[in-house]
Ligand binder design. Structure first.
Ligand SMILES: Cc1cc2nc3c(=O)[nH]c(=O)nc-3n(C[C@H](O)[C@H](O)[C@H](O)COP(=O)(O)O)c2cc1C
Length: 192
């Protein structure tokens, strides 16, 4: 096999079954913001995230049952998926800290809440794209709850679009590799 121009002898090694998913990386990381029945906001990073339908527009992510995010979404049935650029890495990391229920990570991490256009949960101003969602379903899947939301409003800062083209090298979204390691997009290649 040739790797980075060097011919190498390779053999397969087995992966631990609790760690295999780390090879499915990097994964785009988002900050999901919610609101509790007490009116207090919450935000946390998530990388087990994927689009599941374009019509209707559906997004899914897996959230552990004990997450405040899970509780808020099951109680208020709305959430905002915020897409951070690489410059928000420290703030994103702070949002992952174990902060007591009822204390908002948004302010604590130095981020700014902004009113969403269609849902009660706030968005995060510093993120470059926002998907406002209504809960469609929640299913327990192993040790996570698969949360499916309908995207009812989506926006992106105009400087990251040229017509229909998404300028991803400009937005530089953060991608999670595992633990404290994140990746950035090196370059865009296109099929002929
Ligand atoms: C980069 C990154 C990605 C994460 N992805 C997930 C995920 O997909 N699902 C999950 O349940 N927790 C994930 N976590 C952990 C939660 O963000 C973390 O436990 C957070 O404190 C939960 O906050 P909450 O209890 O306010 O919802 C991730 C953490 C980091 C740093």
């Amino acid at each position: 096999m040739t790797i980075m121009g060097i011919k190498m002898e390779v053999k397969e090694v087995k992966l631990d079954l609790d760690r295999w998913y780390r090879i499915l990386a990097p994964r785009p990381v988002v900050i999901i913001s919610t609101i509790g029945l007490n009116g207090i906001s919450n935000a946390a990073p998530f990388s087990f995230v994927m689009p599941v339908s374009s019509e209707p527009p559906l997004i899914a992510f897996a959230s552990a049952p004990q997450r405040h995010t899970t509780r808020n979404i099951l109680e208020t049935r709305v959430f905002v998926v915020n897409v951070p650029g690489y410059e928000l890495i420290e703030e994103l990391w702070k949002c992952a800290e174990d902060i007591p229920y009822g204390v908002s990570e948004i302010e604590k991490s130095g981020l700014t809440e902004e009113r969403a256009s269609k849902v009660k949960s706030p968005g995060i101003k510093e993120c470059f794209a926002h998907f406002e969602c209504e809960l469609v379903s929640a299913h327990l899947m192993g040790d996570h709850i698969l949360i499916v939301g309908k995207v009812i409003s989506a926006d992106i800062k105009d400087v990251f679009m040229r017509g229909e083209e998404y300028l991803i090298t400009r937005s530089n979204p953060l991608m999670h590799i595992g633990g404290k390691a994140f990746g950035l997009l090196g370059k865009v290649i296109k099929v002929k």
